[in-house]
Design a protein around this ligand. Structure first.
Ligand code: D5T
Ligand code: MG
Ligand code: ZN
Length: 373
């Protein structure tokens, strides 16, 4: 019955603190690491459950709260303990897409089923990620690459694992959806998760320009809106709405540099840990070491500046243009974060010219010690 379900989906002695954090569930500045700590490492379960309740999805789709919790806790337990692609990343991306869906431009754009599918896709999109790239799985003749013929291997695997978990009677929280609704949810989730494969990034950037121009042309003034800036995007074709959701999940997956520096640098530490660990495995296997994966030659600041300039800023600029002025904060954070990394680099060169060699040496020796394991 309802009274056995804790307020945020999971038992925690810090419910008051979690409630304070969840007051910011609609904000870009939510600290997902705090949510993880105060939810007893159940950030994905508590974020998804809180969003589902806030969006009334439990009533709309006659979801059993217990089955939803069962699914979320099981899904969360199938995220591995890897530095970056763990359940906190899934919670982070899920909360991000929830905030993007709240942008006034989309007030009348998506159906409840499309919103359900988008949140589900975000929550499942990296489940059982082993902390290495598709290229590594292909180069090392991994079982998964064999299973998926080297094509979007990780993304196909996460989808298969997530839908397999749904077959468990106790976890089937979409049991009351019609067959047609289940088909649409599955179709949209597959489309969105497959689009998070970075090998698809170029294709998304190609289409985004012309697609957004056609949307702006179609953009209608919502007759009831009391303010002229609040133009809602009304798209008659499901195909176009799914295209938008695909871009939205890709943006959420590439949102680390759009967050406050204190959050962003934690994600940088995590991804570099994951990449460097992959590089260690490539090195000891005599394989070519992938870009940004060699801890011995790593230039973390340069890599972030390159990542922002080559990938993150162009994507978010396109996205911000479509929903202007609603994503200015993300663009501002990208800019100030890039400048911070440029400052680190300029600061580094001046530091090398001064006498305090000891600090940088002590840093290097720490790195070397790590290598000795
Ligand atoms: C917080 O920092 C990061 C968070 C996530 C990632 C991911 N990277 N990638 C790939 C993105 C494309 N790629 C590149 O090497 C692109 N790139 C640069 O990043 C900088 C450069 C080397 C100077 C030039 C360049 O070509 C390979 C890695 C993923 O596939 C991951 C999974 C899905 C989404 C993003 C995530 C990277 C981060 O910092 C680098
Ligand atoms: Mg992924
Ligand atoms: Zn991801």
């Amino acid at each position: 019955s309802m009274d056995t379900i804790p307020r945020f989906g999971t038992e925690t002695p810090h419910e008051a603190k979690l409630a304070e954090l969840m007051d910011n569930i609609d904000a870009w500045g939510l600290n997902i690491f705090d949510v993880h700590n105060y939810s007893q490492s159940h950030s994905l379960t508590s974020v998804m459950y809180t969003i589902f309740k806030k969006r009334n999805l439990i009533e709309t789709f006659r979801i059993s709260p217990q089955k939803l919790i069962n699914y979320l806790v099981t899904l969360e337990s199938h995220y591995l303990d890897v530095p970056y692609h763990c359940s906190i990343h899934a919670a982070d991306v899920t909360q991000a897409i929830h905030v993007l869906l709240l942008i006034p431009s989309f007030e009348n754009t998506f159906t409840d089923l499309e919103i359900l599918a988008a949140l589900f896709a975000a929550a499942i999109h990296d489940v059982d990620h082993p902390g290495v790239t598709n290229q590594y799985l292909i180069n090392s003749d991994n079982e998964l690459a064999l299973m998926y013929n080297d094509t979007s291997v990780l993304e196909n695997h996460s989808l298969a694992v997530a839908f397999k978990l749904l077959q468990n009677e106790d976890c089937d929280f979409i049991e009351n959806l019609s067959d047609e609704q289940r088909k649409i949810l599955r179709q949209i989730s597959i489309d969105m998760v497959l689009a998070t494969d970075m090998s698809k990034h170029g294709a998304i950037m190609q289409t985004i320009q012309s697609f957004h121009q056609s949307l702006k042309a179609k953009q209608c003034k919502d007759s009831n809106s009391n303010s002229s800036t609040n133009d809602s995007l009304v798209l008659t074709e499901q195909k176009e709405r799914v295209q938008l959701l695909r871009e939205m999940l890709h943006c959420a997956d590439l949102s680390n540099p759009t967050k406050h520096l204190s959050i962003y640098t934690q994600w940088v530490d995590r991804i570099m840990d994951e990449f460097h660990y992959q590089g260690d495995r490539e090195r000891s296997a005599g394989m070519p070491i992938s870009p940004m994966c060699n801890r011995r030659t790593a230039d973390i600041e340069m890599a972030q500046i390159g990542f922002i300039q080559a990938i993150v800023e162009p994507l978010w600029q396109m996205w911000a243009q479509l929903v202007y002025p609603h994503c200015q904060q993300m663009l501002d954070n990208i800019d100030s974060n890039r400048q911070w990394y440029e400052y680190q680099i300029s600061n580094r060169s001046s530091r090398n010219n001064t006498s305090d060699k000891t600090t940088s040496q002590s840093h290097d020796s720490k790195e070397q010690d790590k290598l000795k394991g």
